[in-house]
Design a protein around this ligand. Structure first.
Ligand code: PGA
Ligand code: ZN
Length: 437
């Protein structure tokens, strides 16, 4: 049973405060989790509670959320069965009482929810993914995706948008090593490409040293397309074939240059292009023809449902179309997407929804409707590696952690190497097919 809850303020990879929670059980087991934080957050995400009126940390403090962990939440769940993750998560949701967890804070609630799972794994002497896989299986029908699977990583090479602050409109230019036959091979191909992209940028005097929030390079480029050209040059330089060995993925993060009042997308990288929804769809379709692009995330804004449906009608059979801001890991949003044929994949971020159980809900609903699932980190991360275990345990298929630089990213990649090693020759690897179950 839950004996003691301890919340505290710690710092994330941007040096901003975030919530850490320790849960102690009656047999002395302790579980700990640290909550991540986004920068390009969507409107439909659960609310992260901060202390804007407080001058500490420029108003970014999380002491109110921490106080909720140590006070109200601790009193409410004390004595509950630690193994009853669903019961504890339901109690947390009910205690908060708002639709977006804005009263107690999704950061307070998620810290507790994840720490509970860690405590159970510790009590059982099991790796976290084994425990998470048991919880996951308990939700499945016979024959449904129950076996742990190592995910294919999609990895950020060049950053723009709100993560690098230079002049690229699109947020991430990523690679997927589609030709890899194991997780460790995928990672090795990726680090080779990352080094090569750095070398190409340095050679061209384009700042191949400085990196953005997620470890991707943040060069000053004149067009979005240039970022893809540079990555493809690096891929070829590694002796890999674009399309066959390595494919390109984009996180357009289009909500952040969309003006809902005028229904216009404002692209500034190549002059000031103002596009309507149909223009954006046409541009993305053109890019998908021009380049070996197999995945596009948030190609349209979070409430441009018609645009999403039209993009999916046009590209949905050949390109993975991921809703991040669009779905915000919320089943209600995903249900709308299924009805409207908007997207064919969902980004899964634990702090967009705020509990482990609701994260399972989103993963399960997606899989049952043939949507692909990509477990994702945030741009503000820590040494916490829970999402690596989550991706394996739920056979999510893909993971997105940022680049292969900065240890808040590598902690997760290394955790996956450890899991792969532990599973041994029986380790299954997801591989990559752009569409289909
Ligand atoms: P965020 O970025 O964590 O800043 O929201 C990640 C993403 O958009 O995928
Ligand atoms: Zn995104």
């Amino acid at each position: 049973t839950v004996m003691k809850l301890k919340g505290r303020e710690v710092l994330d990879s941007r040096g901003r405060p975030t919530v850490e929670v320790e849960v102690a059980g009656s047999n002395g087991e302790v579980g700990r989790a640290i909550v991540p934080s986004g920068a390009s957050t969507g409107r439909h995400e659960a609310i992260e509670l901060r202390d804007p009126e407080d001058r500490r940390h420029g108003g970014m403090g999380v002491l109110r959320a921490v106080a909720h962990v140590n006070g109200e939440i601790a009193s409410a769940i004390q004595g509950m069965d630690l193994e009853d993750q669903a019961g504890i998560d339901a109690a947390l949701v009910a205690l908060d009482g708002t639709p977006n967890k804005g009263r107690l804070g999704a950061n307070a609630i998620l810290g507790v929810s994840l720490a509970v799972a860690h405590a159970v794994a510790a009590a059982r002497g099991e790796p976290l993914y084994v425990h998470l896989n048991r919880l996951w299986r308990s939700r499945l029908e016979p024959g449904e995706f129950a076996e742990p699977v190592l995910p294919m990583p999609m990895v950020n090479m060049i950053s723009g948008g709100l993560h690098a602050g230079v002049n690229l409109d699109f947020q991430d230019f990523l690679t997927i090593p589609v030709g890899a036959s194991s997780y460790s091979e995928a990672l090795e191909m990726t680090t080779a490409i990352y080094r090569a992209v750095g070398a190409v940028l340095r050679e061209k005097d384009m700042e191949g040293t400085l990196v953005g929030d997620e470890g991707g390079y943040g060069p000053k480029l004149s067009t979005n397309a240039q970022a893809i050209d540079l990555i493809l040059e690096a891929v070829l330089g590694c002796g890999m074939e674009p399309g066959r060995d390595v494919a390109i993925a984009l996180d357009v993060a289009a909500s952040h240059f969309y003006d809902p009042k005028t229904a216009t997308y404002h692209l500034t990288a190549a002059g000031d292009d103002a596009l309507d929804s149909a223009g954006m769809v046409a541009m993305l379709a053109h890019w998908a023809k021009l380049y070996p692009i197999v995945s596009i995330e948030d190609g349209l804004a979070e409430d441009d449902w018609n645009g999403w449906s039209s993009l999916t009608g046009m590209l949905g059979n050949s390109v993975q179309l991921i809703g991040d801001d669009l779905f915000a890991t919320q089943t209600a949003r995903l249900r709308q997407g299924v009805e409207r044929h908007a997207g064919n994949a969902i980004l899964i971020k634990v702090n967009q929804v705020g509990t482990l159980s609701e994260t399972f809900d989103a993963l399960l609903l997606a899989r049952r409707h043939g949507y692909r699932t990509i477990v994702s980190a945030r741009s503000g991360e820590t040494e916490d590696t829970t999402i690596a275990d989550l991706a394996v345990a739920t056979a999510a298929g893909q993971i997105k952690i940022g680049s292969v630089a900065r240890s808040e990213r590598l902690a997760k990649y290394n955790r996956l190497l450890r899991i792969e090693d532990e599973l041994g020759p029986s380790a299954r690897f997801a591989g990559f097919k752009p569409t289909g179950g």
